[in-house]
Ligand binder design. Sequence first.
Ligand code: PLP
Ligand code: TYF
Length: 396
Amino acid sequence: LFSAVELAPRDPILGLNEQFAADTNPNKVNLGVGVYFDENGKLPLLQAVQKAEAALQANPKARGYLPIDGLATYDQGVKELVFGKTSEPVTSGRIATIQAIGGTGGLKVGADFLHNLNPAAKVLISNPSWENHRAIFQKAGFEVGTYAYYDAATRSIDFNGLLADLNAAAAGTVVVLHACCHNPTGYDLNEAQWDQIIAVVKAKSLTPFLDMAYQGFSQGLAEDGAVIGKFIAADLTFLVSTSFSKSFSLYGERVGALSVVTQDKEEAARVLSQLKATIRTNYSNPPTHGAAVVAHVLGNDELRALWEKELGEMRVRIKAMRHKLVEGLKAAGVTQDVSYITTQIGMFSYSGLSKEQMVRLRNEFGVYGTDSGRICVAALNEHNVTYVANSIAKVM
Ligand code: PLP
Ligand code: TYF
């Protein structure tokens, strides 16, 4: 039966973890996968999360099935965080939000829903994008193409190319946009550019699907969420996937969501029924713990403030590490302009190093980044940044 089964390719990012684990180099540093580590190289367990868990444990609940669309207080918390508590779409009830298995799950439920709705539509993702975007939308049945995004020659966004590609897209094309902290490049669109994109999306009747996996890691929760307000203000209907993996350091709990902004409350109810139908035939209903923790934090003023503070500390520390990396490279004798490292934002730096250089970094120095030259600056700390800078300088 299984003799014809072919070996599937490894995930190019998660596969690096296995290689890293097997590496015996005592100086090894894992800058491959997008995970935030604290100043001691440890995966943080946020105080806000610990306090929420303590509160939940003080009043333990039996674990019945959650509704298909998840924990109601969680879905409401997501809506208020992403769209604003007093925003018209939230108060008028025209957003359908479901709890999802991480941001990946939100993307997948959204992809399945959209494909049922319009199987002939195409999907455009940025060039380059998070590897899993293409795979998720292809598995949902879509043909996936790209829109121009990164221009390696100028180390900036090829915005004219981007606009041209969106302008050339057929009506109904699903356009996957990184809301902030673009993965893998670290280059985000500015406000004026978003305005222009929104104008094209509207004029050409494209379907925007915003992937929000890093809310709070660029400028702050509200600031990073402002782009959503622009889509609302333009009176567009669109989708947003949310991930709390990074912002709550709850990677393994798989807490995410999908929100679909519709025209009115009645449309939202129909959309929600379809999202639930998609979920039912995939995993029936989501798990309880992670959503209960996040809902508790979002719904409690004190814990919410503590979470924002801790998220702010992660954001600030990443930015400090970008500066340290630049200083380290200069101290190691690098004369090229490396200021792009501090221009980029979020958890990653697109270093511009070639595949050969990345392989050398891995094999000779135990410094792991992706073959595309992406390094996770959120995994740098005072103890490893000089070593990393020296290693990069040697392969440059
Ligand atoms: N989207 C982007 C751009 C990401 O970088 C990630 C990273 O994990 C995800 C989605 C998926 O998030 P999650 O781990 O919550 O599934
Ligand atoms: O890009 C990253 O490193 C993170 C983590 O299939 C990740 O988004 C990577 C690959 C993957 C799932 C998550």
